[in-house]
Every structure is written in C-alpha cells, then in structure tokens.
Design a protein around this ligand. Structure first.
Ligand SMILES: [Zn+2]
Length: 134
C-alpha cells in the first residue's frame, strides 16, 4: 500500500496536522481545508471505501466525529457539523482509502453542503417493490 497517501500517513511517513488518533482512526486537517476546522476522519487500516470496511468501523468513525464535535464546540464555538463520505469514484471519492469529511458549522456560512440536484420523478411504489429488504 506504499502508493496510498493515507496509508503513508497512518505509517507515520507523511506529515499531517493530526488532531486526534486512536487504534482505528486518524483525524487530521486536509492540506487544503475547505473551511475553518475541516477535518478528515480516516481509517487507520486500508479500506477502499465503506463497502470494504467492517460495520464495526462505523462505530469508530462515529465516535471520532462525536469527539471532534464536543471538542470543536468548546475550542471554536461551532454549533453543528456535516459528516460526509463518498464511496466509489462515481460518488466523487478522491482518495481511494476510506475517509469522512468533518465540516464544522458555525451558523453564519452563506453556503450549503447539500448538492442541488436536478428534479426527477419516479414511481415510489414500484421502486419500493424493487428495493425493499424485508
Ligand atoms: Zn490506504
């Protein structure tokens, strides 16, 4: 995994500004943050994306996000956050190593992190027949 930048960071071979780490996650600032406090929550192990990781990793990522939330509330005065993931190139995942973007929100931003998608129509009953799991 020598060519994976996040594995290089996990191995301590690349410098990052580490906010927090434990046996499961690394939390550090991206080189070019999108906003104040933008932090990556990265799996210590190499998983390509969420489909590649054990479900238990979700607990570790969720715990790290909550830890950042409590800390950034006190340290930066944040009031909320976005917790975002892309799994797969078609979902615009840029680094093929599982990571989440933690975006602290202050309530004063004049932007949205939600995509503006074109309107579409579908028959939800037919879709439900196709997708229902139980
Ligand atoms: Zn990796």
């Amino acid at each position: 995994m020598g060519s994976c930048i996040f594995c290089e960071i996990a191995a301590g071979r690349s410098f990052v500004r580490m906010v927090y780490s434990d046996r499961d996650v690394l939390c550090f600032f991206p080189l070019e943050p999108e906003m104040l406090g933008h932090t990556l929550i990265v799996s210590r192990n190499h998983y390509c994306d969420m489909r590649d990781a054990p479900a238990e990793f979700g607990h570790a990522a969720f715990s790290a996000a909550l830890r950042l939330s409590r800390h950034y509330e006190k340290a930066l005065g944040t009031s909320a956050f976005n917790f975002m993931n892309a799994s797969g190139a078609e979902a615009e995942q840029s680094v093929p190593h599982l990571h989440f973007h933690y975006l602290p929100r202050f309530g004063l931003e004049n932007f949205s992190t939600w995509p503006k998608l074109p309107p579409f129509k579908t028959n939800l009953d037919i879709l439900l027949q196709k997708l229902k799991l139980v």
